[in-house]
Design a protein around this ligand. Structure first.
Ligand SMILES: NC(=O)c1ccc[n+]([C@@H]2O[C@H](COP(=O)([O-])OP(=O)(O)OC[C@H]3O[C@@H](n4cnc5c(N)ncnc54)[C@H](OP(=O)(O)O)[C@@H]3O)[C@@H](O)[C@H]2O)c1
Length: 427
């Protein structure tokens, strides 16, 4: 076949003067001909980028080659060749909010790891080509994402950090959004005097990624002596035990699946009866363990809704703190929309209003923009925690970015046990 093409081509070149619009004989595939024609050398003035974009939530993302990064680069920017893009539920919420077709592609992903390939003139002191980095690139309103072969990062706006050498690119790309959220929630509780060593913490959604970081921070960093009570599935409890075998005796698992619709009940029984009931995995026999920690001083809710909030009178100690990353409605990644306001039903608000004076309620919103970092230096602190192996990122699945649809479908189900990561092609 190749010989035939070459023979056709030689014949063609012998007999024709090639003009710009000269017709190409049918038997020579045009693509092949184009590939073999010498092209003039040109001065490259941009970095070509391959990225994943969508035009609305109704059309699946597709690869695009429209984006180009101009060089020389602006003085305050870096170019990072992306190795991995970490995915988060917020990416789905942003996607869900594009209900109509946009006239430009919207990128997705807000976390990345990669290698610096270009450094703006003003940044030469701190950064150099070849630096391994990770960070958060959070531009929900501009429609820029990290699922692209290269991104232009502005360190004064985007959180970008040197990647600790003890963590790989995949784990690094899934770390900062959830670790940053967990760190900032706990840091704020601590600064308000609510995270003392007497803290008794309940976590709704014990296997969410934010919770997995919160668990590590509470136990390894803040060294909270009380056991942490986690609402999770039975399988989730097994996963947590396998990742943190040293914490098996420090965690109490309460199965949310068995108490669907009334998850406060087993917790209320636990507090009132001063015992926890678990079930033997093989025999199914109940096992009673004493529980003497009383009501919770902190509830961290990573699932949302009123199932716990409506029962804070029996669950939360006076002057306790209730922090949710989700809000009034239970998270549903298939339809939740980015930046939707809480819109509670009148009844729910009544319950909420009746109890508000007894505890501190926070709907936490994480803004990972670099300009807020200096408030408590959370980004550098997270790097220290990673370097000293106080915390680690639990990765559930890594997908080749060509299989982005599988990755998004998996994330959308809301049952991942750790981060979902894309492996980005080196383009
Ligand atoms: N506001 C902010 O700034 C902010 C920041 C970070 C995250 N968030 C939000 O916080 C939430 C958690 O985020 P994430 O990335 O950590 O979540 P995630 O990793 O996607 O959470 C998935 C986990 O949730 C568990 N789960 C699902 N339904 C549950 C239920 N009813 N009760 C207990 N566990 C349940 C699943 O366990 P099983 O499969 O075993 O059931 C699965 O392990 C999301 O809604 C996210 O948007 C908000």
């Amino acid at each position: 076949m190749a010989d035939r093409i070459l023979a056709n081509r030689d014949e063609f070149l012998r007999t024709q003067t090639i003009e710009h619009d000269a017709p190409v004989p049918k038997e020579i595939p045009q693509e092949e001909l184009m590939r073999r024609m010498p092209r003039p050398l040109r001065h490259v003035k941009y970095i070509p980028v391959k990225n994943l974009v969508y035009f609305s939530k109704n059309n699946p993302p597709a690869f695009s080659y429209e984006t180009k990064i101009k060089i020389p680069l602006a003085k305050d920017k870096l170019v990072v060749q992306v190795r991995n893009a970490g995915l988060n539920p917020v990416d789905l919420k942003i996607m869900n909010s594009y209900t109509r077709n946009m006239n430009r592609g919207v990128g997705f992903g807000c976390e990345f790891s990669g290698v610096v390939t270009e450094v703006g003139e003003n940044l030469h002191g701190k950064w150099k080509e070849g630096d391994e980095v990770f960070g958060v690139y959070y531009h929900p309103n501009l429609g820029h994402g990290t699922a692209q072969s290269s991104i232009e990062v502005t360190p004064s706006k985007d959180v970008v950090l040197h990647k600790p050498s003890n963590i790989g690119f995949a784990a690094a790309s899934g770390t900062l959004f959830c670790l940053g959220a967990a760190y900032n929630i706990l840091d704020s509780l601590e600064s308000k005097g609510q995270l003392s060593e007497k803290a008794n913490v309940l976590i709704n959604g014990g296997t969410t990624s934010v919770a997995m970081f919160a668990i590590q921070l509470l136990k390894y960093h803040y060294r909270i002596p009380n056991k942490l009570v986690l609402l999770c599935s039975e399988y989730g409890a097994t996963i947590l035990k396998s990742h943190f075998p040293d914490l098996c005796d420090e965690l109490i698992f309460v199965n949310y699946v068995m108490s669907a619709g009334r998850i406060h009940k087993p917790l209320q029984d636990m507090i009132n009866n001063r015992e926890t009931i678990s079930y033997d995995a093989e025999t199914g026999q109940p096992i009673s363990t004493p529980y003497d920690q009383g009501k919770f001083s902190i509830i961290l809710d990573f699932i949302g809704g009123y199932q716990l909030l409506g029962h804070t009178d029996v669950l939360l100690a006076k002057n306790g703190a209730y922090v949710t990353t989700v809000g009034d409605y239970r998270a549903d990644y298939t339809k939740d929309v980015y930046n939707a306001w809480d819109n509670p039903s009148a009844n729910a608000r009544k319950v909420f209003g009746r109890l508000l004076w007894t505890f501190d309620y926070t709907h936490f919103h994480f803004d990972p923009n670099a300009k807020y970092v200096s408030k408590n230096d959370w980004a550098e602190k997270c790097v220290e925690l990673l370097e000293s192996e106080v915390v680690k990122c639990i990765v559930d699945k890594v997908y080749d970015w060509k299989n982005f649809q599988e990755a998004l479908d998996y994330l959308r189900k809301g049952h991942s046990h750790g981060k979902v990561i894309l492996e980005v092609e080196r383009f």
